[in-house]
Write a protein that binds this ligand. Structure first.
Ligand code: PLP
Length: 358
């Protein structure tokens, strides 16, 4: 399953879904019904998992658009059951993915409450357990997933015993895809005549969950697919002692050439990249690193190009991407802002146009 929630991790849902569909993807994962309905408009035939279930009033749309909700609350089953019957679906005609909580404690039913929940799939119900799913807190780390898989196995056994054998066991995200720490789940699936489903997100976009694209420690074969570019829209030279930006955090120590970029924190360029003037984030101009000078504003950022020869208005600037021998990744940006590549990518704002290039 290709996870394309949050606008395909900030990459653009329409562009990514179309490409993945052309590549043969049959299953997509999104977070909510709203995202799923948008995706349905792009991919009329694909299967779409709604990973955060349904909320009040959404069951009708879930059925109408042939979405596949993750379910774990009794009220999910109640709402979907009612809506499915209202829309004339017969027994077992509406597949759902039953989520088991094995250690994330976010969503999913725990083993203790599973039996009571299963009773709601009585004969004649339009709902059918197509998949049993769970989510690993440390996908890719065999030691950490072992306990979760044991719980998951117990839940799967209980579900099969109740006469509800699933078609899929859905467990594991990018970490498990890259590290193959969860073959046990595949074996479990084979044992009960089901297929294994992995839900890959960040890896599709060229990043490993724990970083490692660019730090050389945990090299994978992944290449980031996104470059985030802007251009120089103004240039100025300021004399020694001149301040730059809000709070005057930068004061020129020499005659300084500044380039203005039309991008700021409203576009997802984190203000923390200018949090410490001694260790600023940087961008690439003419194949060289230009440090951010002064605060990142809402819509604008100034960079110091004093040491880069020949910078002109209109020059392309890479915020994330490659120029010559230099490269900045979402992992690099994440390291400077105490977060993970996921957040950097998802934060790229809605007003930044996404363009698909070869
Ligand atoms: C986001 C998400 C995934 C994908 O995770 P990655 O680490 O991006 O591969 C898989 N399953 C669920 C339930 C998720 O919420």
């Amino acid at each position: 399953m290709c996870v394309v929630k949050a606008d395909a991790y900030g990459h653009g849902l329409a562009e990514c879904a179309r490409l993945l569909r052309e590549d043969g993807t049959g299953w997509f994962g999104v977070t909510c019904v709203e995202e799923a309905v948008a995706l349905r408009g792009i991919c009329p035939e694909a299967r779409i998992l709604v990973m955060s279930g349904v909320w009040r009033g959404e069951a009708e749309a879930a059925i109408e658009h042939r979405l596949t909700p993750a379910v774990w609350e009794p009220f999910h089953l109640e709402w979907l059951d009612k809506a499915a019957r209202r829309q004339g679906l017969g027994a077992s005609e509406f597949p759902v993915h039953l989520e088991i909580d094995t250690g994330m404690s976010r969503q999913g039913v725990g083993l203790a409450d599973l039996k009571a929940l299963l009773e709601r799939f009585e004969a004649g119900s339009p709902l059918r357990v197509e998949a049993v799913m769970t989510h690993f807190h440390s996908a890719g780390d065999r030691k950490a997933t072992t306990g979760q898989i044991r719980e998951f196995g117990a839940a799967v056994d209980a579900i099969c015993k109740r006469g509800l054998p699933p078609d899929f066991l859905s467990a594991g995200s990018s970490g498990s895809t890259l590290q193959q720490d969860t073959e046990v789940v595949t074996e479990l699936a084979e044992r009960i005549g089901a297929r294994r489903m992995l839900r890959a997100g960040i890896a599709l976009y060229g990043y490993a969950p724990g970083g490692g694209v660019s730090d050389g420690r945990e090299k994978t074969a992944l290449e980031p697919v996104l470059a985030w570019k802007t251009r120089v829209i103004s240039l100025r030279e300021i004399p020694v002692g001149t301040t730059v930006g809000y709070d005057a955090t930068f004061r020129a120590q020499r005659t300084t050439r500044l380039a203005l970029l039309p991008v700021g924190y409203a576009d997802g360029l984190n203000r923390l990249l200018s949090g410490d003037p001694r260790k600023p984030g940087s961008v690439l101009v003419r194949g060289q690193r230009a440090p951010i000078a002064g605060r990142v504003s809402m819509d604008q950022t100034t960079v110091d190009v004093t040491d880069i020869a020949g910078v002109e208005i209109g020059d392309e600037v890479a915020l994330i991407g490659e120029q010559g021998a230099e490269r900045i990744t979402a992992d690099d940006m994440a390291a400077l802002t105490s977060t993970i590549s996921y957040e950097v990518l998802c934060d790229i704002g809605a007003r930044v146009p996404r363009r698909m290039v070869e």
